[in-house]
Design a protein around this ligand. Structure first.
Ligand SMILES: NC(=O)c1ccc[n+]([C@@H]2O[C@H](COP(=O)([O-])OP(=O)(O)OC[C@H]3O[C@@H](n4cnc5c(N)ncnc54)[C@H](OP(=O)(O)O)[C@@H]3O)[C@@H](O)[C@H]2O)c1
Length: 339
């Protein structure tokens, strides 16, 4: 008889306030055995990607345009695994696939739910675990970043922000400034990701640093944080600046006013700042645009995969989600699951 490791991370109760760390409401549970039906595959998961929005999906309702998690059911999220049993003509045993049914040791996946990871493009399959799609869409399609731009990225050492900042460099921006928490993350942005400058939002004054680093004003702002960082960016906006608003980490994570910054309408209108919030729907075109550029820029050495790789089991995944929200890690946080 085949023994399947079918443990999963399950939601015990909905979050009701942001002071509750995700780990306080999650548990590892053994699911009933499930066999793949015709057309399905069983996948043994090897890498789990963690993102900030997982904390939002633990609330009973959320404005995020994907379903919230349900009490008593496993979480979901992007993972990579290997097909260990196949009843599909398309995915043989041994195929490495990316899918959305993560947060469990094994996933049963049907047609259209598992996507083969291309071989040989990146050093490892985990390099596909990134949020480059919203980063690319926001930077390129919303903000139209290009040569000569002076770019500010908030949350620049995070999952979305680290890719967005590098995309601006790859597109020829004149100056890319990243905002991150702490001196080590600031160093990382400049030394490892190749940004022109970094601002440590925990230990320096944003206005003073922006006056120094962007005396002519910023022409593009990619915002994942909101709140006071949005307000500061507007004070330093050049005429006609384009603001692509991706996220509100200062409210999602810090419990502050990330989603409710004060908008100085007079400054915005006099400088004709274009403020465009966006929500990426991961259309085939958006995914294709990012995948093509990511592979090309990576091969050319113009972009690096910013990530933190942790090792462990599903309990480690739960702990890592708390750590991500606390700002402990940088780049894309990934847990390599013990076999
Ligand atoms: N619009 C879209 O289509 C779209 C798609 C995907 C994600 N998003 C959004 O993009 C944002 C970034 O997501 P992510 O997964 O990449 O998260 P992330 O940046 O990896 O989130 C963790 C980081 O948040 C920062 N942080 C925590 N508290 C903060 C505070 N009070 N003020 C400022 N920064 C704080 C910390 O960085 P520091 O230590 O550097 O402060 C921490 O490392 C989220 O708002 C997410 O919902 C939007």
């Amino acid at each position: 008889m085949t023994v399947h490791g079918n443990s999963a991370v399950v939601l015990r109760a909905h979050r009701t306030n942001r002071d509750q760390p995700p780990s306080s409401l999650l548990e590892v549970t053994t699911l009933p055995p499930q066999e793949p039906a015709a057309g399905q595959v069983r996948v043994r998961n090897t890498y789990q990607h963690l993102i900030a929005a997982t904390g939002d999906l633990m609330f009973e309702t959320t404005p995020i345009p994907v379903p919230p998690f349900r009490v008593g059911e496993p979480l979901y999220g992007v993972a990579i695994g290997e097909v260990v049993e196949s009843r599909s003509d398309d995915l043989p045993v041994g195929a490495v696939v990316q899918h959305m049914a993560g947060w469990r040791e094994e996933s049963i996946l049907g047609p259209g739910e598992a996507f083969p990871v291309p071989d040989g493009v990146f050093p490892g399959p985990e390099y596909l675990l990134n949020q480059g799609v919203p980063a690319y869409y926001g930077m390129v399609d919303v903000a139209g970043v290009g040569e000569g731009d002076v770019v500010l990225v908030s949350g620049a050492a995070g999952s979305v922000g680290s890719m967005a900042a590098q995309i601006a460099k790859a597109r020829g921006a004149a100056t890319v400034i990243g905002v991150a928490g702490g001196p080590e993350k600031a160093r990382y942005l400049v030394d490892d990701l190749g940004l022109d400058a970094a601002i440590d939002h925990r230990n320096s004054d944003l206005d003073d640093r922006l006056t120094e680093l962007a005396p002519g004003g910023i022409t593009v702002f990619f915002d994942t944080v909101g709140g006071p960082q949005f307000e500061a960016a507007l004070r330093h906006a050049a005429p006609g600046a384009r603001f692509a608003l991706a996220g509100t980490l200062a409210g999602q994570v810090g419990g502050g006013d990330g989603g409710h910054p004060r908008l100085d309408i007079m400054t915005a209108l006099v400088r004709e700042v274009q403020i465009r919030p966006f929500s990426t729907r991961h259309t085939p075109e958006q995914v294709q645009a990012w995948n093509t550029h990511y592979a090309q820029w990576y091969a050319e050495g113009r972009i690096t995969f910013a990530h933190t790789l942790l090792d462990g089991d599903l309990h480690r995944v739960i702990a890592a989600q708390d750590e991500l929200l606390a700002g402990v890690h940088r780049g894309n946080v990934i847990v390599r699951l013990a076999g």
